[in-house]
Design a protein around this ligand. Structure first.
Ligand SMILES: C=C(O[C@H]1C=CC=C(C(=O)O)[C@@H]1O)C(=O)O
Length: 386
């Protein structure tokens, strides 16, 4: 399918107020995918047994929305090549309000006091920022995000009852292929200044270690074995650098390695992981309570998760002389590939509402934490304030 036909189908879907999602996964090798739901119903999932695209909120008491595979048309479009514009470090203009700054600093101060009193080890605090859009076509914004962040999970998601969300997230929540799974502990932030060969402060090392330890601890009590993890390394996300540990393992019981693991296991692992201390804190329930009470706004789908759930993947064999007789062979298997909803925005009435946050520990400096949210907002401002 050509780019033109692909996007005109999406445009038509949006103008008819029908749900859709269009996305590029970092490991999809340039294939942009879309699911276009046939009717405007709002489907939800509770047990993660269905196949489709999930869109889950931060607060797990709220509904997880599903665009079901069997109620949608699937579209693919092969990008000719990845853009290398991630190499151009053009920083977005820093437009912020003094009032927003004070509010965030007060919030961080309150958290630091609670952390120093030993009430929690870590809490992730966030804020919203509203901007007027000059480009009102969300699909153009999606294309801009795609060009700027080829190694992120870039998406545009829409449901008439919920709204329109866009994002470019660097964080994998969970990937399941057969009985293998992968996740990552991502935390600690500094500005990218032309090199990934950087030093990390103790505060950043500690906040990232909290995430790794907590994920590993959770896997001890869920359906996982043979857990392996890397040493923390520096990874780039647009104009930012983060510390990251890759974690992988096997799921203990599975129904069929070809078609995928049992849905009960998918639910157990998601529940054990979400929300990780990369977006919530430690201990989980205390941090969550602090966030819900003190942030003073509704995160909605920011720091929730999204992506393919038990989605049928068809892998076509590559053409070569040796396997000509197998050209008709297509391997069909189900995969789950979920990402944490970071560096995202909601589009509403000609405005973009950005969501940005950062991990707070007892050693956090409130002014620096504010600046970190300003730097993170740059990911989205780069495409909005062109
Ligand atoms: C909560 C966010 O980022 C998380 C992911 C990476 C680094 C983070 C940090 O350094 O605080 C956050 O844990 C966000 O971008 O809004």
């Amino acid at each position: 399918m050509t780019q033109e036909i692909f996007f005109s189908r999406l445009k038509q879907q949006y103008s008819q107020h029908l749900p859709f999602v269009v996305y590029n996964s970092p490991d999809s090798h340039g294939t942009i995918k879309a699911l276009l739901q046939e009717r405007s119903e709002l489907f939800t999932t509770e047990d993660f047994t269905e196949s489709g695209f999930v869109f889950a909120p931060f607060d797990d008491h709220n509904e997880v929305i599903l665009i079901p595979e069997n109620a949608s048309e699937k579209l693919f479009f092969e990008q000719v090549e990845f853009s290398d514009s991630e190499e151009n470090i053009i920083l977005a203009p820093e437009k912020t309000s003094e009032e927003d700054k004070q509010k965030h600093i007060n919030l961080v101060n309150k958290a630091v006091k609670a952390l120093q009193a030993g009430e929690m080890d870590k809490v992730v605090l966030s804020r919203q920022e509203e901007l007027t859009l000059t480009e009102e076509d969300p699909l153009m914004l999606f294309l801009d995000l795609l060009k700027n962040y080829p190694t992120a999970f870039v998406y545009c998601w829409y449901h008439p009852n919920v709204g329109l969300w866009l994002g470019a997230t660097p964080e994998t929540l969970l990937k399941i292929e057969g009985n293998r799974f992968k996740t990552m502990a991502l935390a600690g932030t500094q500005k990218y200044e032309g090199t990934t060969d950087v030093e990390w402060g103790e505060k950043e090392k500690q906040e990232q270690q909290f995430v790794t330890d907590s994920i590993l601890e959770n896997f001890k009590i869920s359906s996982a074995e043979n857990i392996q993890f890397t040493a923390p390394f520096t990874t780039r996300a647009g104009n930012l650098l983060h510390l990251r540990t890759d974690i992988s393992g096997n799921l203990i019981s599975h129904t069929d390695t070809q078609l995928g693991v049992s849905s009960e296991i998918v639910k157990n692992i998601i529940t054990a992981l979400h929300p990780t201390p990369a977006v919530c804190g430690l201990p989980k329930q205390k941090a969550k309570q602090f966030i819900l009470q003190e942030e003073n706004y509704d995160r909605e789908f920011y720091t929730g998760f999204l992506g393919e759930l038990n989605l049928q993947q068809v892998t076509q064999r590559t053409r070569s002389r040796r396997n000509v007789e197998n050209l008709a062979y297509r391997a069909v298997k189900k995969e789950t590939s979920l990402f944490v909803n970071l560096r995202c925005m909601k589009i509403e009435g000609g405005k973009a509402i950005l969501f940005i946050g950062g991990g707070i520990t007892k050693d956090s400096v409130p002014e620096d934490e504010w600046q970190e949210t300003v730097n993170k907002a740059g990911t989205m401002k780069k495409v909005i304030l062109k």
